[in-house]
Ligand binder design. Structure first.
Ligand SMILES: Nc1nc2c(ncn2[C@@H]2O[C@H](COP(=O)(O)OP(=O)(O)OP(=O)(O)O)[C@@H](O)[C@H]2O)c(=O)[nH]1
Ligand SMILES: [Mg+2]
Length: 406
């Protein structure tokens, strides 16, 4: 079926693969979807009567009595009267099953099995998005991908309507390169909290995680092994890793703890250095001098609640550390949001990039790069571009063994 052909009957089914995942996706199509929306989706914000193609809407998913079942995101691929929506639920298989059953009860037949989860070649951008949705870890990721279906299609249509120029090739490459954004939502950013003993790393880890993951004590050398906690920072998944303090080890166990900290530092995406801003300036300077890790994403000047009005720490930090220093208190929570923002910025999680069209599958990325490389052969360029937006489009003459399933 062409991705643009109106559905002939109302149907629904689970289109995400079975098994554990962050998100489960149920697809509903056809006029009877209106009944499902009326009975089972309570929009938070714009009412369903005003939804338009390309919208991503947050709703309460409720049963027939109005009792809440889940908090969901609805991607509107097509509005009334021939609705086509994806309901993105938390990845519990029971929730997806319940959603599909309630769809059936509203007169939506079960989707033909070849269109349900596991079909190897996506027939449309919508189906290709449904393949990726379950691996996204936050609703911000789901909302981003939901909007991308319309954004990618319209970017491709715009390129097809313009003369093929070097600027068009550059635009194709930019869209292809934004494929990286998928990993922002599928792989949590791993950020180590490192610093001298007693700086407040564990207290900070607990505050950031919102629950006690590490023992806090005024005895230096308390943390011996690393612990980690998942966080959702403005919709970006992130894992904080609390580590043993770094100093000349007092004993063998502490030495082993410091060695583990160095191992974790090597495999992480970045580090936040935590310093006790009430410590003597020469102690802080000595720690900075001996630091062998990467340039910090942020420096947390901790214990602001008891620090002097003008603590010594900032004045002894090298320029690059001072630039990313944030005054914080793990105890009161002061400065923690700013610290989180600083980390996101250092990791290049640019909210503006989410507004631009992006490839979200390896197939799309490869075709966009092939289109850019073929810019001087207009028919081939256009054929590759058509294939980006229409996965079932007959492929252009093969270069480099591109298969339908790539
Ligand atoms: N006033 C104040 N005290 C803090 C703050 N953060 C931590 N502390 C105290 O500082 C001491 C050390 O805190 P920890 O979190 O255990 O320090 P750590 O850096 O994990 O220490 P090690 O595990 O030994 O490396 C404890 O007594 C905490 O209560 C803060 O923001 N303000
Ligand atoms: Mg600790």
């Amino acid at each position: 079926m062409s991705p643009f052909a109106p559905p002939t009957a109302s149907c629904c089914g689970i289109v995400s693969a079975g098994g554990p995942a962050a998100i489960a996706v149920v697809e509903l199509r056809g006029p009877a979807t209106a009944d499902f929306i009326r009975r089972h989706l309570q929009a938070r914000g714009v009412s369903a009567a005003n939804w338009v193609d390309g919208d991503v809407r947050r709703c309460a998913f409720v049963d027939a009595s109005g009792a809440a079942i889940d908090d969901v995101l609805v991607i509107v691929h097509a509005g009334p009267p021939n609705w086509h929506i994806n309901v993105c639920l938390h990845g519990n298989p029971w929730l997806a099953q319940r959603c599909a059953e309630l769809g059936n009860a509203c007169g939506l037949a079960t989707l033909p099995t070849n269109e349900a989860a596991g079909a190897s070649t996506p027939a449309s951008l919508e189906a290709e998005a449904a393949d990726v949705l379950p691996s996204l870890l936050t609703y911000r990721g789901v909302a981003w991908l939901g909007r991308q279906v319309a954004a990618l299609r319209s970017a491709v249509e715009q390129l097809l309507g313009e003369p093929a120029t070097p600027g068009s090739a550059a635009a194709c490459r930019e869209i292809a390169d934004r494929f990286e954004i998928v990993s922002w939502f599928t792989k949590p950013l791993r950020v180590v909290l490192a610093g001298p003993p007693n700086a407040g790393k564990s207290a900070l880890a607990n505050s950031l995680a919102g629950r006690p993951i590490s023992i806090v004590s005024d005895r230096p050398g308390t943390t011996r092994d690393w612990t980690e906690a998942d966080d959702d920072v403005e919709g970006f998944p992130l894992t904080w890793i609390d580590t043993a303090g770094l100093r000349e080890p007092a004993d063998e166990v502490e030495q082993a703890g410091a060695a583990r900290t160095r191992d974790v530092l090597r495999s992480a995406d970045g580090v936040v250095v935590v310093l006790d801003s009430t410590a003597a300036a020469n102690e802080i300077a000595r720690f900075v001098r001996c630091w062998e890790g990467p340039l910090p994403m942020a420096v947390g000047l901790n214990k602001a609640d008891i620090a002097a009005a003008t603590p010594a720490a900032p004045s002894v930090l090298p320029g690059e550390w001072a630039e990313c220093a944030v005054v914080i208190s793990a105890r009161t929570g002061t400065g923690l949001d700013e610290l989180r923002r600083q980390v996101l910025m250092a990791a290049g999680r640019e909210p503006d990039a989410l507004e631009a069209p992006a490839a979200w599958s390896g197939r799309q990325r490869r075709l966009l790069r092939l289109a850019a490389d073929s810019i001087s052969h207009k028919p081939i360029y256009k054929n590759y571009l058509q294939s980006v937006a229409h996965p079932d489009w007959p492929l252009p003459p093969c270069r480099g063994g591109l298969r339908q399933s790539d």
